[in-house]
Design a binder for this molecule. Structure first.
Ligand code: FAD
Length: 316
C-alpha cells in the first residue's frame, strides 16, 4: 500500500534466515522499543498507567501468533489471565474507569491453527479469557489476521458474543469482503474495530492500491457509523480520522458513541490531541518477547521505518 516494498518485506519476513538476521542485528532493539512497550508484563503495565494518566484508554496485546502446539497456547492463556488479574486490580484501585482497559487477542496464538480441532481449542481458550475479563471489568477484542482465518475468526467472535456481547471484532478495509461484513456486524452494541489491514494479501481477495483501500475504508465507516454498533476507528491516517469526524456529525453520534484507536509509539502527539479534544482515544499496547511478526508489519507499513532501520545497521 503506502510502501511499494511492503509485499516484498512481508514475504521476506517469513524466511527463517531473515528472521534470524533481523532478530540478531545490532540496530533492531532500539527500533523495536519504539513500537513495543517492553518484554515483560511490568513494562506493559507501566506504559498503561502513563497512557491512562494522559487521558487515553488502552488495549493490551501479549505478542505472539501462529502457535503450533497446545502447550504454547496454554502458556499464552496463562499470561493473559495474569494480565487480566493485574488490569482488574488497576480498575479496582480506581486507576481506570469502566472499559478504559481492554485486551486484544490473536486467535492464532490461542491455538486456531492447530491441525486437530484448532477452531474449538481457540474458542474454548477465548471463552476462558472472556470470563476472566468479565470479572475484571475489562473488554476483549479479537484481532484480525490473514484472510484465510477470517471466516473462522468471525464465527468464533459470533459464538463468544452469545455470552459476552461486548466482545469486539476487527475488520480490515483492504479485504473485498469487508463492506459486506460491516453490514452484517453493524447491529446493536456491536463493537467493530476498522483498520486498513496489515498482512500480505493477493488481488483476488484484497484491494491493492492505496486509493482503493482508502475508498473501502470510507465506505465501511459510513456503514458502521450509520448502524447501531460502536465503531472503533483504528487508523493513523489524517484523512480517515477526518472522515470519521464527518460521519459522527452526519449521523449525530456524540463522542461517547465511537472511539479512535492508534498503535503504541505511532503519532503520539496526534493521539494526545484527540484525547484532549474530548474524543475517546485508545492505544494498542503490544508487549512480550515474540515481537518479530508485529515489528515486521510496522517496518513494512512505512518506507521511513525501513530506511531508519537500515541506516542504524550501516552506522554500527
Ligand atoms: P496508513 O496510510 O498506513 O498510515 C497513515 C499515517 O500513519 C502514515 O503516513 C504515518 O504517518 C502513520 N503510520 C502508519 N503506520 C506507521 C508505522 N508503522 N510507523 C510509523 N508511522 C506510521 N491490522 C490487522 O491486519 N489486524 C488487526 O487486528 C489490526 N489491529 C490494529 C489495531 C489498531 C489499534 C491499529 C491502529 C491498527 C491495527 N492494525 C491491524 C494495523 C492496520 O491494519 C494498519 O496496518 C496500520 O494501522 C497502518 O494503517 P493506517 O490506517 O494507520 O494508514
Amino acid at each position: 500500500m503506502a510502501n511499494p516494498l511492503r509485499p516484498a518485506i512481508l514475504a521476506a519476513s517469513r524466511s527463517p534466515r531473515v528472521k534470524s538476521a533481523i532478530t540478531h542485528a545490532p540496530g533492531t532493539r532500539s527500533l523495536v522499543t519504539r513500537f513495543v512497550a517492553g518484554e515483560s508484563r511490568a513494562d506493559a503495565l507501566a506504559a498503561t498507567r502513563a497512557l491512562l494518566d494522559s487521558g487515553r484508554s488502552v488495549s493490551l496485546d501479549h505478542l505472539g501468533e501462529d502457535t503450533t502446539d497446545i502447550t504454547q497456547a496454554k502458556v499464552v492463556v496463562a499470561e493473559y489471565r495474569s494480565l487480566l488479574g493485574d488490569l482488574g486490580a488497576l480498575a479496582e484501585a480506581g486507576e481506570a474507569g469502566a472499559r478504559r482497559l481492554e485486551v486484544s487477542v490473536k486467535l492464532s496464538a490461542l491455538g486456531q491453527a492447530l491441525p486437530r480441532d484448532g477452531d474449538k481449542i481457540a474458542l474454548d481458550h477465548a471463552r476462558e479469557l472472556c470470563e476472566a475479563a468479565q470479572s475484571a471489568g475489562v473488554w476483549v477484542s479479537v484481532d484480525a489476521e490473514d484472510h484465510t482465518t477470517t471466516d473462522s475468526t468471525l464465527s468464533i467472535v459470533s459464538a463468544l458474543r452469545a455470552d459476552f456481547p461486548w466482545v469486539g471484532a476487527v475488520l480490515q478495509a483492504y479485504l473485498r469482503r469487508t463492506e459486506s461484513d460491516c453490514r452484517d456486524l453493524a447491529g446493536p452494541d456491536s463493537r467493530i474495530r476498522l483498520c486498513k489491514g496489515a498482512y500480505r494479501e493477493s488481488a483476488s481477495v484484497a484491494f491493492q492500491s492505496t486509493a482503493e483501500v482508502d475508498d473501502s475504508y470510507r465506505r465501511c465507516l459510513t456503514i458502521l457509523f450509520g448502524g447501531d454498533g460502536y465503531p472503533m476507528v483504528a487508523s493513523h491516517d489524517p484523512a480517515m480520522i477526518d472522515a470519521a469526524g464527518a460521519e459522527a456529525r452526519r449521523t449525530g453520534r456524540g463522542p461517547d458513541r465511537y472511539e479512535h484507536q492508534m498503535l503504541f509509539g505511532i503519532r503520539d502527539v496526534e493521539q494526545q490531541r484527540l484525547a484532549d479534544a474530548g474524543t475517546r482515544m485508545r492505544v494498542y499496547v503490544p508487549y512480550g518477547a515474540q515481537w518479530y511478526g508485529y515489528f515486521m508489519r510496522r517496518l513494512a507499513e512505512r518506507p521511513a521505518n525501513l530506511t531508519f532501520f537500515l541506516r542504524s545497521l550501516a552506522t554500527r
